[in-house]
Ligand binder design. Structure first.
Ligand SMILES: [Zn+2]
Length: 407
């Protein structure tokens, strides 16, 4: 089990706290984006004519919205003419997608969507690097969370089939998951909130998973034994049991992350074989802890809370959200928000290799400061105040991340 941590602030907007993009860089990127879209033919959503579209500029991911197109050709023409840095579309289908206000659109239903972003994982690496930067660990962690969302929740707990679940890279540091299923299409935002709250463990009453039972010992004496979830249980109970077994087997540090103090963590780890054996049969009484029920409830609450911030619940709850159109470019990176298909493709997916599009030429840029990173299978950086000739996709990445300027 991967433990996540709460991050207090959501950075939803693009380029938060970073300088405005230089006009020459913006013009260059727009030219490249136009050229890319003129040759691309794989960015048309299903039911295009029922979707609302929104477009961004280099400072704001959605600068204007309420646009609609009748045909793929009309949409393509618009995109090739403008070369927008961000293209978003509605998870909803509407009778009149360009109607405004929202109530005038004639809502028909919405895909269920999840937006997972590495910057919400509050990872230790993010204390080492700038918040707008994304490292290998950031990308790996958010990928694991995405796989976990699908394989630990959407498939087993909600019964969606893998072919109803589409995954795409966001183009920067996260993934978007779309569930396309007739049963959830008409759910209102209240029902969607119940889904997101279940998945993020919001309001989970860990105490209810446990029960003190009277058990008769061999000598006839009655004792109270704490029973709780087994790893084979469905829903949150099973997840909690599997999570605790995994933490017990991983080590003292992981146990401490669940809120156990060091002395107790050491004792639990030392006796882990016996405890794991107990938990696997639902007996959580194998370790001497005062106020066991409260103790385990506290640990599990902490476990539930730590899962809650990888998913932006506002996105999932919203029936009229605009989200990145798969297979379109990201204006902060120049990478493609690649449609990966099902979650099966995610294991092998490497965003810094597979989402790279502007290959070929090279370009000279001046880099203020950049961490070491991998792109298209090659190492780059670190740099501090350096002028270098780089492959076009690397130069564009650094320019759009605003850590470099044209040389
Ligand atoms: Zn990182």
């Amino acid at each position: 089990m991967v433990f996540l941590f709460l991050s207090p602030v959501k950075y939803c907007s693009t380029s938060f706290g970073v300088s405005l993009l230089d006009q020459k860089v913006a013009d260059l990127a727009t030219k490249m984006f136009k050229e890319y879209y003129s040759k691309a033919d794989d960015f048309f959503p299903t039911e295009l004519e029922k979707r609302e579209f929104g477009f961004g500029d280099y400072e704001k991911k959605i600068a204007y919205r309420h646009l609609a197109f009748k045909t793929n050709a009309e949409f393509k023409k618009y995109v090739v003419d403008k070369g927008p840095p961000f293209i978003s579309y509605s998870n909803a289908h509407y009778e009149r997608p360009d109607g405004r206000p929202m109530e005038a659109k004639g809502w028909l239903g919405s895909e269920l969507i999840f937006d997972l972003d590495a910057s919400d994982l509050h990872l230790p690496c993010q204390k080492q690097h700038d918040r707008s930067w994304v490292c290998e660990n950031c990308l790996d962690s958010v990928k694991k969370e995405t796989i976990r969302l699908v394989e630990d929740f959407l498939v087993p707990d909600f019964g969606f089939s893998e072919k109803e679940i589409k995954v795409n890279f966001s183009g920067n540091r996260g993934y978007h998951v779309h569930v396309i299923n007739r049963d959830i299409f008409k759910l209102d935002s209240k029902a969607r909130r119940q889904i997101s709250e279940y998945i993020t463990g919001a309001g989970i009453d860990a105490g209810r998973l446990f029960e003190l039972r009277s058990v008769e010992r061999d000598d006839g004496r009655k004792i109270k034994v704490l029973y709780g979830p087994r790893p084979t249980d469905g829903g949150w109970g099973g997840k909690v049991a599997r999570g605790m077994i995994s933490a017990l087997n991983t080590g003292v540090a992981t146990l401490e992350e669940t809120g156990v103090d060091k002395t107790l963590a050491k004792r639990l780890f030392k006796n882990r074989a016996d405890i794991v054996l107990g938990i696997s049969t639902g007996n959580w009484d194998k370790v001497m802890i005062p106020n066991k029920t409260e103790f385990w409830a506290g640990v599990l609450r902490k476990m539930a809370i730590t899962q809650s911030d990888s998913i932006d619940r506002n996105v999932t709850n919203d029936t009229g959200h605009l989200i990145r159109l798969p297979n379109t470019l990201h204006g902060d990176t120049g990478l493609l928000g690649l449609d990966i298909g099902s979650v099966k493709g995610l294991d092998r997916f490497d965003p810094m290799r597979d989402a790279v599009v502007f290959k070929g030429k090279s370009m000279k840029v001046h880099i203020n400061r950049a961490e070491k990173f991998m792109m298209n299978g090659e190492h780059f950086g670190p740099w501090d105040n350096a002028t270098v000739e780089l492959p076009l996709y690397v130069a564009l990445y650094l320019l759009l991340k605003r850590v470099a300027v044209l040389a």
